[in-house]
Design a protein. Structure first.
Length: 546
């Protein structure tokens, strides 16, 4: 005879979830999250029309909670089962359509140790070849929906706790490979850092897997593009299977798939000779451009940005030194020279109000329509953090399929929570995170860099970059900018002679700029391009052939 569960007789998590699973047909919420009825039944997902509040009132000694009205908004009950099939934890989930915006999406039970969703995979004696590890339960359920095993650790702050759980049950998981899937947000970035720090000494093979950047998390991808999700999950699973041996044959399918999906047209800089030396322009990856002060590295990247947006590719420019107004002023001066060399105005002219009003209106209108409408600036005051740049770029990527990110400049980017790190280690970490960002979003990230003082009087090399260890190995492209001082400069025997040469060349209104391609993973290194710089208008043009 089947026992019928009724209110006031529910005395365990098992009975609570059985009771509320019987009511799941009253909601279409789980189906709206991309889950099939079969999976809903398998995991006994529950629904309480009057919220978690009701579950507390009709049970005896199951929950150690004080009744509160906010509990009425937590209508979805998500159970976790141990290896024996017993429900050992229930996570109440918010009904966001019926709750204040500031409420947490989930509620951790009071007086009850958190049990990860599908923690049983770690505890049971059966060895699992590959396990996906995600933040939220619906992300884990999304993997389960398409036939993969996944664990939810509830929060990026639980990485250490998960590591300790794995260490405790290492004997049951010594051949398991783990794929960590972070969300595409700041919490996901924290998860990546936590995993890197915590799992360095892990006895298991592990890797990261990233979802397409236009989707916040795994479940959003399942809902909007199931086919892409299935394909991505299969590719990651195959890669994880081969982590121990990592035979190349295991990567062939994903390689062929990437050839179909990852075709990329490089972003042209607008200077033909530079694009030719770069094998077409800027590709996804980290591009570092370095020079001594006053050469025009910021002005060059501003004009390249102008050229890029005029070709309908948006630019996100993180300006740590210059304000928004200064960026606008430089751009208008640049474009006034492009429009009318005779009447072109400088920054100083704009500040003094000394300019041709008709040219100004024409430049402003043209720039507003064709440049500023696709040019976004992260304005700083020497205090932009890499965390802020990552967060802004991730948001930008959701609205713009392809763009270029410019960071000005590398050495002064701060890291949240880090105060005692050496300059070298800080630059290496920032460069690494910019490289990861470029890979994740599949965009060119151009970082402007200073160079060491010892390189001011000698031809530029990779070693010229300040703290060049992280830059030299992490960057995909390194470009050194220098004024063309002429052969006599480098043959000069004393620093005073060189200083005189430098002063003469730097004082010229029209200067020749040399661009040395010191490293290029997308083409040939050691190529050279030349540009002419009209300094007072921050304007560059290609050097005409002799």
């Amino acid at each position: 005879m089947t026992t019928v569960l009724t209110p006031n007789k529910l005395k365990s998590f098992n009975e609570v979830i059985e009771f509320y699973h019987q009511k799941v047909d009253e909601t279409g919420y789980y189906n709206s999250r991309g889950l099939s009825n079969e999976l809903i039944s398998k995991y006994k997902l529950g629904y309480a029309a009057n919220g978690f509040y009701e579950a507390i009132t009709i049970t005896k000694g199951v929950f150690q909670e004080t009744l509160n009205d906010w509990q009425k908004h937590y209508k979805f009950l998500l159970p976790s089962f141990n290896e024996d099939g017993d429900c050992v934890y229930i996570l109440p989930r918010l009904d966001e359509s019926d709750a204040p915006k500031d409420q947490h999406k989930t509620h951790n039970l009071k007086g009850c140790p958190t049990y990860f969703f599908n923690q049983r995979y770690i505890e049971e004696s059966t060895q699992h070849e590959v396990l996906f590890v995600v933040e939220g339960i619906f992300d884990a359920l999304s993997f389960e929906e398409i036939g993969h095993k996944a664990i939810s650790i509830n929060s990026c702050t639980n990485v250490k706790k998960f590591y300790e759980l794995l260490d405790k049950h290492q004997k049951n998981n010594n051949t398991t490979s783990f794929v960590f899937i972070p969300d595409n947000d700041s919490a996901g970035s924290k998860m990546v850092e936590q995993v890197k720090q915590t799992f360095q000494k892990s006895k298991n093979e592990w890797m990261f897997g990233f979802m397409p950047p236009e989707f916040k998390d795994v479940n959003e991808l399942l809902i909007n593009d199931r086919e892409t999700f299935v394909r991505t999950a299969e590719r990651l699973h195959l890669k994880a299977e081969n982590l121990a041996t990592d035979f190349v044959v295991g990567h062939i399918d994903s390689f062929e798939e990437s050839l179909k999906e990852d075709t990329y047209t490089p972003i042209k800089t607008g200077f033909n000779n530079l694009d030719q030396t770069l094998n077409g322009g800027f590709y996804p990856g980290l591009i570092v451009i370095g020079a001594e002060p006053g050469v025009g590295k910021t002005a060059l990247m501003n004009q390249i940005s102008i050229n890029v947006v005029k070709r309908n590719t948006p630019v996100l420019f993180a300006s740590l030194e210059m304000s928004m107004n200064e960026m606008i002023m430089r751009t208008l001066s640049n474009q006034s020279y492009a429009m009318d060399k005779r009447l072109a105005f400088t920054d100083g002219d704009l500040k003094k109000g000394s300019y041709d009003p008709f040219l100004y209106e024409s430049v402003l209108q043209e720039s507003s329509s064709n440049i500023f409408s696709k040019f976004s600036v992260i304005e700083g005051d020497f205090n932009i953090t890499i965390d802020k740049i990552e967060k802004r770029a991730m948001k930008f990527a959701k609205k713009v399929p392809q763009f270029m990110l410019v960071v000005d400049y590398l050495q002064i980017i701060q890291i949240v929570g880090v105060t005692n790190q050496s300059d070298k280690n800080k630059v290496e970490e920032v460069a690494t995170r910019l490289k990861q960002l470029s890979k994740k979003l599949q965009i060119p990230v151009v970082a402007i860099s200073s160079i060491s003082r010892s390189s001011y009087n000698v031809p530029l090399t990779l070693a010229s970059f300040k703290e060049s260890g992280g830059i030299e190995f992490g960057a995909d492209v390194c470009i050194g900018l220098s004024l063309n001082y002429g052969d006599a400069f480098y043959k000069a025997k004393t620093d005073s002679e060189k200083h005189l040469f430098r002063k003469q060349v730097q004082g010229k209104e029209v200067r020749e700029i040399r661009l040395d391609i010191l490293k290029n993973r997308n083409g040939k290194p050691n190529e050279v391009a030349s540009l002419i710089h009209i300094a007072k208008h921050h304007y560059f043009t290609e050097k005409k052939a002799a």
